[in-house]
Design a protein around this ligand. Structure first.
Ligand SMILES: Cc1cc2nc3c(=O)[nH]c(=O)nc-3n(C[C@H](O)[C@H](O)[C@H](O)COP(=O)(O)O)c2cc1C
Length: 167
């Protein structure tokens, strides 16, 4: 393998309200990784309490919403970061679609999540979907857009640096 093609990095994420997007974009720009946003074909415009009912029921019913075509192939990368908002104590439905349609093995994978204080089984469930990969890190953030934005940006950069240093 050519040296230049080694350690290609990809950040894959879904974000409903921008928190996970903030973290994903911070990682990608910090380490010059490519970005792959998972975008459902139909996204509900729910606000307030309705969004929890709608989103929670999507998780309970194990929905796999159709996504817009992916413009990057994870197979082409060596190190993959995957981020999700926590919905009903696990990863959000667009990730379920992703895991059921895109398979990859033997990658180095780091997980990140944004939540409202309860990460639940998010990482455990993601790891079950990624069992033939090497999980090299996990980190959660508590509403980084509105709580401790600058601190969290610093924290994710340090985390990313440590991960790459220890490879
Ligand atoms: C449908 C739905 C379910 C949620 N369930 C949880 C949960 O189980 N635990 C939690 O801590 N936060 C939960 N939240 C809050 C989000 O995880 C949190 O606001 C996160 O920062 C949103 O990320 P995003 O802006 O990238 O969409 C939920 C939010 C929604 C919309």
């Amino acid at each position: 393998m050519e040296k230049s093609s080694k350690n290609k990095k990809l950040v894959i994420y879904y974000s409903f309200e921008g928190n996970t997007k903030l973290i994903a974009e911070t990682i990608a720009s910090d380490i010059e990784a490519d970005l792959l946003e998972l975008k459902p074909q139909k996204e509900l415009n729910s606000k307030g309490f309705m969004k929890y009912l709608w989103g929670g029921s999507q998780v309970m019913m194990k929905k796999k919403p159709d996504l817009h075509p992916l413009d990057k192939n994870p197979q082409d990368y060596d190190i993959i970061f995957i981020g999700t908002p926590v919905w009903a104590w696990t990863f959000a439905p667009p990730l379920k679609t992703f895991f059921s349609t895109v398979r990859f093995n033997n990658k180095k994978v780091a997980l990140f999540s944004c939540n409202g204080g309860q990460n639940g089984k998010t990482f455990e469930n993601m790891k079950a979907e990624l069992e033939h990969n090497d999980i090299i890190g996990e980190i959660e953030f508590f509403e980084p857009l509105v709580k401790e934005r600058e601190k969290d940006i610093h924290r994710v950069k340090e985390w990313t640096k440590d991960i790459l240093k220890n490879l």
